[in-house]
Design a protein around this ligand. Structure first.
Ligand code: HEC
Length: 711
């Protein structure tokens, strides 16, 4: 069943237009036709195309797909990784961050890195591969460390860094030494360099989001690009506080979702996230370049070429969630090397890859101002005239958009009426209705492309959230240190009563002592777990007190002075990531709750849009309500689109020309991951990791490869 895509309100005021910033790259992007037969890099190739020309699996025979092999890892839980395949080896990362090398045709384990090492609670989207002659390396992170492993044996390469690894923080200012710095997306390889995405805190203790390139052979730092510019650097003037770059409060603006590189021109395209703290910008007034931007740099040197900022002075956590796609589009009969960026807001922006010039006009549209003390929301935000957004927008909703499945409609109406639904309504002490929400529209799964045809395929969430802040009144003297520390670092997610927001994925910490020991909890606190960032800055004494508080033990030491965040301004604290759900835990807005789209970026028009996934507990058959979904698609030249991602735990194949479903398979656990397509010994495979866990689904531990069964 196809549904009509709602068209974006045309009544926008036309304001300032995009000002072109110039570019000094002299190299002409070449319209190349890569072979797209291998999967040796994250999402298939360095243009992050999610694309394959392998053609044994066709529309006609796809119904004969069967499990070719399945690998069961020793640990269970969410796996976001996109496997890579080199020669006959498939490389992946398990839920507890074990790196595994499997035989790509049989799933037989060849080596494993990290089995005897401790279990990590972080997530990983995979590994990077580099080779020169017989020197073949896998590059992968764990915590702040970047490892170089021998691709054939899994052993660390001792000549790299410090006996096989480097601490990425060594490339950052000294102040980052005890901050949370990890990476959960594979680095981008260009020549002998690896450019690293970083995951940082999103609070008032974030490290700066420096983009760092390291030498793959030695581990030495090759270049750094400051996403929060230092004095004398371009963009420095966009921070009203001249010390923002070294502020103990302000940080991030990091790339976490990965990057794309044009290997012909040596230009790397880096999408960045918001500056921290996420939801209050009083300490970082200004437009905040290069946060929320697509930045084009010379991959050899890190030199700036051009940028575009998608959200000015972000106070909504509108990180760019996925690497851009490099593709070719046709304009006035001419082929243009382009770069497309999907966003959490549900817009896709298309630029000339060389100049940064937008290929569809982008208008600076006036947006609401903030009434919070010390806050200045930016007066406009850039909205492309085309394509229309691929997700509903809060300002277009009416009461008819409340879920017909909800048993507590009256309650939902009340919340809905009381919320500010304007586009880019700034955070306030009263609720703001966030649709698309914190996790998009587009999320880290990103979009697939037909790189030579200018078509992109993108899956999207339609989950509304409530955003609210409150005045942070500080923590008073005589509060036990453990309780104060909890209030400072943990309340926004686990809530003051420690009951969490379980329906939104933030667990209760009540009775923690019955489920976990102190050592385990201390590890989770310093290193993070899944969506939770770590707090390595909590020292031993504070940790002891915090654990006492969490384990409900008598607390002796109390604060002798008031203790607050480092902010100089009135600070507003985020009250937590709250989904807009009905009393049964289903989305409070009407379906579709997840969608899948094909958009022709030559014309900006939609080819098709369908609800994506189903809510099995509602008893609907087939493709019904759509579901929240994480993980991206893979498309083939011969017309197929492969995707897992939905909460219902299916792996599906669609006709890429029509959106018609051709095949589906119920996985042992939901696959919040992007599949990999490859060929070994003349046979075509598609492999996907299914670890479940997210969105309250069962945990799993398998990597499953499918191929055609001979009849
Ligand atoms: C940004 C939101 C966020 C903050 C801040 C945060 N947590 Fe978490 N925490 C989470 C999420 C999400 C999980 C679930 C992670 C998973 O299992 O994937 C979690 C899990 C945990 C767990 C494991 C619970 C279990 O039963 O498995 C503990 C313990 C915990 N957090 C303690 C803390 C403490 C203590 C703090 C403050 C120092 C803190 N968290 C700060 C989001 C957060």
């Amino acid at each position: 069943m196809l549904y009509q895509i709602r068209h974006f309100s045309a009544s926008l005021l036309l304001m300032a237009t995009f000002s072109f910033l110039g570019c000094d790259s002299s190299k002409e992007p070449k319209i190349t036709s890569n072979e797209y037969k291998t999967w040796a890099s994250y999402l298939g190739d360095s243009g992050r195309s999610h694309y394959s020309t392998l053609s044994q699996i066709t529309k006609e025979n796809v119904k004969n797909l069967k499990v070719a092999w399945s690998y069961k890892s020793p640990d269970f839980g969410q796996m976001q990784m996109n496997p890579i395949v080199v020669d006959s080896m498939l490389y992946g990362v398990t839920a507890a961050m074990r790196i595994v090398a499997l035989h790509a045709a049989t799933g037989e384990e060849i080596w494993q890195f990290g089995d005897s090492v401790k279990v990590w609670h972080s997530t990983s989207r995979g590994v990077s591969y580099w080779e020169r002659g017989s020197d073949k390396r896998i590059l992968v992170t764990r915590g702040p460390d970047l490892f170089a492993l021998n691709a054939l044996t899994g052993k660390p390469i001792s000549s790299f860094g410090n006996n096989g690894k480097i601490d990425m923080r060594t490339g950052m200012p000294k102040s980052a030494a005890n901050k949370f710095v990890i990476s959960n997306t594979p680095g981008t390889i260009y020549k002998d360099l690896i450019v690293m995405p970083l995951r940082l805190s999103e609070g008032a203790d974030a490290a700066p989001g420096d983009v760092m390139a390291f030498n793959v052979i030695t581990g030495e730092l090759a270049w750094v690009f400051h996403t929060i510019p230092h004095p004398g650097e371009k963009g420095y003037e966009t921070w009203m506080d001249s010390t923002a770059y070294k502020s103990p409060v302000v940080g991030a603006a990091n790339n976490w979702a990965g990057m794309a590189v044009d290997e012909e021109t040596g230009v790397i395209y880096i999408p960045t996230g918001s500056a921290a703290p996420d939801f209050y910008g009083g300490d970082r007034l200004g437009s905040n370049l290069y946060a929320n931007s697509l930045v084009a740099l010379d991959a050899n040197t890190g030199a700036y070429l051009w940028h575009f900022q998608f959200t000015h002075h972000d106070i909504w956590d509108k990180d760019l969630p996925a690497p851009p796609n490099l593709l070719t589009v046709k304009r006035y009969g001419k082929k243009i090397a382009a770069v497309a960026q999907v966003t959490k807001q549900g817009y896709v922006y298309v630029f000339d890859r060389k100049t940064g010039e937008p290929l569809f006009n982008i208008e600076e549209v006036p947006m609401p101002s903030s009434t919070l003390e010390g806050e200045e929301a930016w007066v406009t935000q850039p909205i492309p005239v085309k394509p229309a957004p691929f997700a509903r927008q809060s300002q277009d909703l009416t009461e008819a958009d409340i879920s017909p499945y909800a048993e507590n409609m009256e309650e939902l109406f009340e919340i809905f009426r009381a919320s500010d639904k304007r586009q880019y309504a700034p955070p306030n002490t009263t609720p703001t209705f966030l649709l698309p929400g914190y996790d998009g529209a587009a999320e880290w799964g990103g979009a697939a492309t037909d790189p030579d045809d200018g078509i992109i395929y993108v899956n999207s969430n339609e989950m509304a959230w409530n955003l609210q802040v409150k005045i942070d009144s500080g923590i008073l003297e005589a509060t036990p240190i453990g309780a104060a520390s909890y209030q400072k670092y943990c309340v926004s997610c686990h809530q003051a009563d420690r009951k969490g927001l379980t329906q939104s994925g933030y667990p209760s910490l009540i009775d923690l002592q019955l489920r976990k020991d102190k050592k385990e909890v201390a590890t989770i606190i310093s290193e993070g777990k899944g969506m939770m960032t770590g707090f390595p800055q909590i020292d031993k004494n504070e940790m002891t007190s915090l654990l006492q508080f969490l384990f409900e033990e008598e607390a002796k030491p109390t604060l002798t002075q008031e203790f607050n965040s480092n902010s100089k301004k009135t600070v507003y604290k985020h009250t937590g990531y709250k989904k807009f759900l009905d009393s049964n835990g289903l989305p409070g807005i009407s379906p579709p709750w997840g969608t899948l789209h094909a958009i022709d970026l030559n014309s900006g028009d939609y080819l098709w849009s369908i609800p994506f996934g189903n809510t099995l507990e509602l008893g609907e058959k087939g493709i019904g309500t759509g579901t929240e979904n994480y993980g991206g698609p893979v498309v083939t030249e011969n017309g197929l689109l492969f995707i897992g991602a939905t909460r219902d735990g299916y792996f599906r194949v669609f006709d890429k020309h029509t959106g018609e479903i051709l095949w589906e398979f119920k996985l042992p656990a939901a696959a919040f991951a992007t599949p990999a397509m490859y060929e070994v010994n003349g046979k075509q495979y598609i492999a996907i990791a299914c670890g479940g866990e997210k969105l309250g689904t069962e945990k799993g531990n398998q990597i499953i490869a499918f191929s055609l069964q001979k009849k």
